[in-house]
Design a protein around this ligand. Structure first.
Ligand SMILES: Nc1ncnc2c1ncn2[C@@H]1O[C@H](COP(=O)(O)OP(=O)(O)OP(=O)(O)O)[C@@H](O)[C@H]1O
Length: 259
């Protein structure tokens, strides 16, 4: 359900490494429960934008405002780094393309899920363990492997674990960077199905970066198309993909451009 007040407001956001390298003058709003896809060819600025949005890369100009659980508007880069990190652990989640960037590989799967709960103040070992087991089930991981380290998991399993670790604290907003990239096609399809169900079931707001338009079509309600650091087209996913207005989007959709 999309409510009237946005969760995130992005105004004139700019982070440039060189002319047209990075992102420039980005404006959009994200509503609760909405999945926004950011698509574009390699080097168009998708990751730069996502890193700014998720509080991990300080922009050169512009503002990102987030409405928190207490209904207060926070200006992301007016917060201290400590407060931004706290948001990422509590109200937000971040699913990286490479699970090793989002997991602690040296501790068990159960600890990977449990430490997120501890970070939001849970202390009861039995409860933390029970929720770890439940989440392993929810992402279709074998619960008998809860004490194994992620290094012994396959790529697809690691990605499921990373998703469980992120969602266990019931974030309101999750950033995803190519969450199915680098996986086998069959593993990708099952993971996408799982993600779609979780996003709907938990009513999550998501910003997802992908160069795969099939992933965008399946998960995102709305798309922004980036080129050379700018948004060249945006709108409802079906509209953008079925009836692209801009020549660049037309090329992208007809797969003339390689990712
Ligand atoms: N730390 C950096 N220093 C200098 N230039 C950078 C840096 N990070 C990214 N860039 C440049 O900014 C541009 C946008 O990069 P970005 O990673 O945001 O693109 P992308 O759309 O996410 O690409 P991909 O799909 O390949 O990940 C590229 O030209 C890249 O080389």
């Amino acid at each position: 359900m999309i409510s009237q007040e946005p969760l995130l407001q992005v105004k004139n956001l700019t982070k440039l490494y060189a002319p047209e390298k990075g992102c420039e003058a980005i404006d959009f709003e994200l509503y609760p429960g909405e999945v926004l896809g950011i698509v574009g060819e390699s080097g168009s600025g998708k990751s730069t934008l996502l890193n700014c949005l998720s509080g991990r890369l300080i922009p050169t100009a512009g503002e990102i405002c987030y409405r928190n659980r207490d209904n207060q508007w926070l200006n992301l880069y007016a917060l201290s780094e400590f407060e931004r990190r706290r948001l990422l652990r509590t109200e937000w989640g971040m699913v990286h393309q490479h699970a090793r960037d989002g997991l602690r590989m040296g501790v068990s799967a159960g600890a990977n899920i449990g430490e997120r709960l501890m970070a939001v103040g849970e202390r009861h070992y039995g409860d933390i363990r029970a929720r770890g087991l439940q989440w392993m089930q929810d992402v279709e991981l074998d619960i008998h492997r809860i004490d194994d380290k992620p290094t012994t998991y396959s790529g697809g399993m690691q990605q499921r674990l990373q998703i469980a670790r992120n969602l266990v604290t019931h974030p309101r907003l999750v950033f995803m960077d190519e969450p199915t990239g680098g996986l086998d096609v069959s593993v990708q399809a099952r993971l996408l199905d799982l993600l779609r169900n979780l996003v709907t079931h938990l009513d999550l707001a998501v910003v997802i970066v992908t160069h795969d338009l099939a992933v965008a079509r399946l998960l995102a309600e709305r798309l922004v198309v980036m080129r050379h650091g700018h948004i060249v087209e945006s709108g409802l996913t079906d509209q953008v993909l079925d009836d692209p207005q801009q020549p660049y989007t037309q090329l992208l959709v007809s797969s003339v451009l390689t990712p």
